[in-house]
Write a protein that binds this ligand. Structure first.
Ligand SMILES: [Zn+2]
Length: 317
């Protein structure tokens, strides 16, 4: 049990287990919270740039554990490098309400803007994650059928600063975790701290307005958000063509050469510099390989085939 003095708000804590809050929201285990206020009856907590939650002092003492911190970092073994800079808790999400309002009558651009926001701030979906309804049923009546797989450690979409779950983490280990069958984190490649989430958003929005036939973004909004774009300069890195937004449609990848969010190294996920707006067809052609892996494959092919080798040398000379 954790003891805290009244009015002691220099505390960093985390939940021991994931639990549902209401019907649609999970409170994630091991995500870092800062104690905002504590009057010894209730404790107000905030995780990164999210809305604060208030818990009773008894719940706080039973369900949370304390984390070490110093002037620069808070320490947690559940985060990359086992620490998070305290400054990440002061970074607010960028509001793009004005931008969305401005393009509300342009559904294809609005869709691209919304997709950029979703990719910047949310992890990908996971159909195997248990629903809150099924979780509540399970808690009342746990199933003993070992053959039936229930739940998954990965959330079906969550904030990108949730604890990343290593690829080597097994389902068996998950069944023994205190949170089981509730999810406990996000995929490693989806992880990004608030500062990086904001950078990714600005980068993707800037790419949208750097495309050919991009609509005009009002100067005021551009400056306010810190967008940096130059029309007709954004290229699809796979084919080298300038991206043309007149091909964009509401259904992503519904047509050849529609636009998509492409990853230079798919395994690395939506990290700054690794994601760009490119063609859907090009993304499909690259497949699950990184650009470099594709080049290595071509080199291997050319090594045993003089015709290909010559073709490459001629093209590049
Ligand atoms: Zn392309």
């Amino acid at each position: 049990m954790m003891h805290i003095e009244p009015d002691n708000n220099s505390l960093w804590v985390a939940r021991k287990t994931t639990i549902p809050q209401g019907k649609n929201k999970w409170l994630c285990a091991n995500i870092i919270y800062k104690v905002i206020t504590n009057d010894n009856i209730t404790v107000k907590l905030q995780t990164f740039n999210f809305d604060s939650i208030t818990v009773s002092i008894s719940e706080f003492q039973e369900e949370f554990y304390q984390l070490d911190y110093d002037e620069e970092y808070v320490y947690s073994p559940y985060y990359p490098t086992c620490k998070v800079s305290l400054s990440e808790f002061d970074i607010k999400r960028i509001s793009i309400n004005k931008l969305e309002k401005h393009f509300e009558k342009n559904p294809s651009i609005l869709n691209a803007i919304k997709k950029a926001k979703q990719d910047a701030y949310n992890s990908k979906g996971n159909q195997f994650c248990i629903t809150i309804e099924k979780y509540n049923d399970y808690k009342i009546n746990p199933k003993s059928n070992k053959l039936e797989r229930i739940g998954d450690p990965i959330f079906n979409r969550s904030t990108r600063h949730s604890p990343p779950i290593s690829k080597s983490y097994t389902y068996d280990k998950f069944t023994k975790s205190a949170s089981f069958p509730a999810p406990i984190g996000i995929r490693e490649e989806d992880f990004a701290l608030p500062s990086e989430q904001n950078e990714i958003l600005i980068d993707l929005l800037s790419q949208i307005f750097s495309c050919k036939n991009a609509p005009v973004c009002p100067e005021e909004i551009k400056n306010e958000l810190g967008l940096h774009f130059q029309k007709d300069t954004h290229i699809c890195l796979w084919c080298g063509e300038i991206m043309d937004l007149s091909n964009i449609n509401q259904n992503y990848c519904a047509e050849e050469h529609s636009i998509n969010f492409c990853h230079r190294i798919p395994e690395l996920g939506t990290k700054k510099g690794n994601v760009y707006i490119g063609h859907c067809s090009c993304n499909r052609e690259q497949g699950g390989y990184s650009e470099e892996q594709r080049v290595e494959q071509i080199i291997r092919l050319a090594k045993t085939n003089p015709k290909y080798k010559q073709l490459i040398l001629d093209q590049l000379s």
